[in-house]
Write a protein that binds this ligand. Structure first.
Ligand SMILES: [Mg+2]
Length: 237
């Protein structure tokens, strides 16, 4: 593998376990968008990619991969009577609040601390809003180890555009070829490819599957902890 000096992580389904963190939030999102009409709420969930009975999420669906604005537009197209600005604002509030209840895939403070100690520059690029990402970094104690945060509202564009990766490069002085992009969705991997990132790494803690992620990933890992064995040390012990 070429020299990788920086790692840019997606958040949901990558650092946070998607099902444990997001299924209850998606149900609340549908309740808000349907204004309490439970039949409409189920239809909205289905239209945006979640089976209201089993909780199964369709890989790369709006709920799996969309940003707040895109999810709001999808909910309205599927029958929500709220307007897009109000709904986006209410969902961003919900998502920020959800950061308090999210479940990490591993001890993120220890994980980021080890990678930081090995010399990697680290960042988070998410389709969630920047406030939620920063709250997550604080809550799980890895904020001191990251150099960069980009949400859909940070001004770097949206996935799968390359902007969030290029922003990470600008913040750290790295070339895209020195960056690994890690995520659970094709949006993440395509963002990496569009930016000409050195490697794209898929993880299976989110809404994707080995099949759905195979084409756009150089590596497919069960979870982020396997990354530690994959990347050679940057600094001799
Ligand atoms: Mg994700």
């Amino acid at each position: 593998m070429q020299t990788i000096k920086g790692i840019l992580f997606d958040k949901d389904g990558t650092l946070l376990d998607y099902d444990e963190s997001w299924l209850p939030v998606n149900r609340e999102l549908a309740r808000i968008a349907s204004e309490g009409d439970s039949e409409l709420a189920d239809r909205l969930l289905l239209a945006c990619g979640m089976d209201p009975v089993t909780g199964h999420i369709v890989p790369d669906s709006l709920l799996a991969a969309g940003n707040t604005r895109q999810i709001s537009e999808g909910l309205i197209a599927a029958g929500s009577r709220l307007d897009v600005i109000e709904l986006t604002t209410r969902l961003d509030d919900l998502f920020s609040h959800a950061a308090e209840f999210s479940v990490a895939v591993t001890d993120l403070a220890a994980f980021f601390g080890r990678l930081h100690g090995r010399g990697f520059r680290l960042g988070v690029a998410s389709s969630d809003n920047e406030r939620s990402i920063r709250q997550t970094a604080q809550r799980f104690g890895f904020a001191p180890f990251i150099d960069y945060v980009a949400g859909y509202d940070s001004g770097f564009g949206t996935k799968p555009e390359p902007g969030m990766v290029l922003g990470f490069c600008a913040a750290t002085g790295l070339e895209p070829s020195e960056v690994a992009v890690v995520g659970d969705n094709n949006h993440d991997l395509h963002m990496g490819r569009n930016a000409k990132a050195g490697v794209t790494v898929a993880v299976l803690t989110g809404t994707g599957s080995r099949e759905s992620l195979a084409a756009a990933s150089d590596y497919c890992l069960n979870d982020i902890t396997e990354l530690e064995g994959l990347l050679p040390d940057l600094q001799p012990a």
